[in-house]
Design a protein around this ligand. Sequence first.
Ligand SMILES: C[S@@+](CC[C@H](N)C(=O)[O-])C[C@H]1O[C@@H](n2cnc3c(N)ncnc32)[C@H](O)[C@@H]1O
Length: 295
Amino acid sequence: MNVQDYSKISPTAKMTAYWRAKSDIPHSREVAQVMRGEDMTQQLIGQQMTSVMAQYSPMVFEARYKAINRGLQLCKAGNVLELASGLSPRGLGVVDAGYTYVGADLPNMIAESAPLMTSIAVHDGIDTAHLFYEAVNVLDQQQMGKASKHFKGQSFDICNEGLLMYLNLEEKTRLCANIHELLTRVRGSWITTDIEFHFLRAKLLNSVNLEVREMYKNAIADISSRVGRDMINNEFLHIEDATAFFTQAGFTFRRFPFYDGSYALSTLEAAPEYVREPLLEVLSSIHVWILTPML
Ligand SMILES: C[S@@+](CC[C@H](N)C(=O)[O-])C[C@H]1O[C@@H](n2cnc3c(N)ncnc32)[C@H](O)[C@@H]1O
């Protein structure tokens, strides 16, 4: 696979940015507005599905973003390398707290995200001296190594959300090896929300009616074919498979719930009442993983 093939995945970052913009996540609104997140969402899943998903997705994507922040907090992370960073505004918070942030994504995505994030930082008076965006294919060890040079030998942790479902097992194995190599040197951890995301979808689908379930399945199939990736079969269907895979890849891990009550969900109130309880239950039952290379 060359970079052009992976870059078909990049438009999905605009959809994520659109859902996040419904929340109180700092800078998320400007990002979605400038990047025309709503237009891309409608292009990707259609107008009708956009309305249906508007009931669920803002809470899901707010929780996913804040769960990564919770993981970084649990690891006492300072410097952060975010893989497949898309249009995540996380870097602005990291540098504002006095640390170094490197957002790594494919060249086409970085060409859009880097100028936007820098201009938001400048506008908001955030020092950009330690804010970096690097064109990186996460499957390329050299490019990953080059991006990590921004930390100048200091320790850092890695995070990502919304990537693993696009990669097959062989690609995930390569990604794990690249992350393992970087983190072993600095004794850092990798925080990811991607390992149990499939269970979130499956559980949510169980709580909706047949018509919505069919529409949702069609939307996932459409996105899969558009990005040229098998999003369903790329998932770990059983926790035991994920456990075995990451152990084999040389990691130890701990897990905590996506929603553990440690942060406020600003989108909760706007969600229809019949969505709130089941969604909170699902978000509390699936986990973020913190992976650390075995020594
Ligand atoms: C669903 S978006 C998620 C973006 C961001 N993490 C977020 O949650 O808003 C998927 C991202 O993965 C990136 N991506 C896909 N394949 C990649 C690869 N091989 N290397 C680096 N980034 C990749 C895409 O460009 C896109 O930004």
